[in-house]
Design a protein around this ligand. Sequence first.
Ligand code: PLP
Length: 407
Amino acid sequence: MKAPGPIPHGFRAEEGELVVAGRSASAWADAVGTPCFVYDGARVAAQAAHFRHAMPAGVALHYAVKANPFLPLLARLRSSVDGLDIASGGEQARAVAAGWSADQLSFAGPAKGDAELAAAVRAGVTINLESEGEATRALAAAAEAGVTPRLAVRVNPPFELRAAGLRMGGGATPFGIDAERAAALVRRLLDGGADWRGFHVYSGTQSLDEEAVATGLGQAVALAADLAREAGRAPSQVTLGGGFGVPYFAGDRPLDVAQVGARFAATLAARSPELADTAFAIELGRWLVAEAGVYLTRVIDRKESRGRTFLIVDGGLHHLLAATGNLGTVVRRAWPLAIATRFDAPGAEPQSVTGCLCTPLDRFAEDAPLPRAEPGDLVAIFMAGAYGASASPGAFLGHGPAAEVLA
Ligand SMILES: *Cc1c(COP(=O)(O)O)cnc(C)c1O
């Protein structure tokens, strides 16, 4: 038997049922249908408040839209974060539709098309340049539009954030400009009349190691100072891709953000004079929204096969690929889930939870010790707020999208 991963703190049962954002799982299922994603806006706001409390005063918080681009969520975030990181023209359109103004947006992404660059430059979005070639195209788009472009330089650092999860930076990469060439590009932007906004350094994702995160932030600040000296100009802003992780699996411990904040405060207090007037921002996706999302899916069939029991649900990996171990993980590990309609039921028997897709990849739990469930019961899959609906192959097998709702 493989126990599911740890259920995020703060979830409770009421009359036997899991409560999500103040309503029972059944109430949500009745209201919006299954499968569905329920996002708890209060949890997102609480994470943002936790960040503010832990980080030195004045450090801005930006949200990376790719973690969850649900429009009502983007609108709600206007009251708790200072800016959005977008990675496509489509995300720019969503951000604007959600009420953000273009000067609160920064645009990263390794292959921005000419039309995307033109739209961003015209609107006044800050573009995080990923190459010299992109700089040439952005300057040309600005000249064509007759505007002063807001351009930052995304730097591929000469170091690597050593931590769990995806690694970016350090080696050869399609992202950002190698640090060795960044100052020359800054000079070119200044000579070209651009509004140079500073540096952007993104060094990793999903780290639960305070030491690694704090060291990465410190190295990025030191790198920005070196580059400022080399370029002969101080950056007005330095944006750091934080890589703050969340606990998904047994043995994972939540990141101690207070500890990271204390270390970052010391880093900023000791920063070199080039950066005295520089504003700092930390850009986070997953950490802000992952725990706020619950995916609810209904048991369609309960079946036995050669001594094993399968709970077959109406959802699947087409909505939540990561929970089936098929996104960004090498070893399949047990994701946090529960029988929502028997949340405090005693007793457990091994049951496998599998999705509705006609592929053996579609499984959420293997012989997990769960209360005995029957058709009609609801399964809750936790940690579904980040890299869920939009990071899953929604067209695969034609079942259609899940409902999404922000409470
Ligand atoms: C993906 C991404 C982020 C967000 O990463 P998380 O691990 O979700 O916090 C931030 N900045 C950039 C440039 C990204 O590409």
